[in-house]
Ligand binder design. Structure first.
Ligand SMILES: [Mg+2]
Length: 183
């Protein structure tokens, strides 16, 4: 069986971010923006009445990250991939100010990860790996890795087939696809 170097995004790929982020903003500003309303990477389009500072404020609070939860199935199947002998690296394009709180929460949700397996990198194409799993289209364009686009409303309008990218809908599907590639 082949062993892969698997790169994996954090936010909205293994760590639910958007529902909690929208919950904060909807509560504070009495709005009703839903995850399905976020049709592009630019979240500002869904909040025309708010400033960039207001929209991004929650992400700079440590207590905000404490409220996040794993994406369904991510903990179970990531652990299986590690048990199968693959090397796993969580690659997150975080701000330095938020990285510590996010890393602490990731290690709590995925206790089989070592802190050396969580890195901060805005240009994921520079990281050497066989596979990248990510919900951000911009991270998948141009990289030399095999590309799995984790289905989210923010990427729903993107035509992945034109870019040799595979859209995936669950962590079970990701696990099965990687296992078939490894066999
Ligand atoms: Mg993401």
């Amino acid at each position: 069986m082949k062993k892969f170097n698997i790169l994996c995004d954090a936010d909205d790929t293994i760590q639910e971010l958007m529902p909690y982020w929208l919950g904060e903003l909807n509560g504070k500003y009495n709005l009703n923006v839903k995850k399905e309303d976020i049709k592009s990477w630019d979240i500002m389009k869904a909040f025309p009445t708010l400033s960039e500072e207001e929209v991004f404020e929650p992400l700079y609070r440590d207590d905000f990250w404490d409220t996040t939860t794993p994406v369904e199935g991510s903990a179970y199947y990531l652990k299986k991939l590690v048990s199968d002998g693959h090397n796993l690296l969580i690659v997150t394009a975080s701000n330095p100010e938020t990285f510590d709180a996010k890393t602490r929460k990731l290690m709590e949700m995925f206790p089989f990860l070592k802190k050396e397996q969580i890195i901060r990198e805005n240009n994921k194409q520079t990281v050497d790996g066989d596979i990248l799993i990510d919900d951000g289209v911009h991270n998948l364009l141009g990289g030399r890795y095999k590309k799995f686009l984790f289905n989210q409303p923010n990427n729903s309008l993107f035509n992945e087939k034109e870019h040799d990218i595979t859209r995936v809908f669950s962590w079970k599907e990701i696990y099965e696809r990687i296992s078939r590639m490894a066999a």
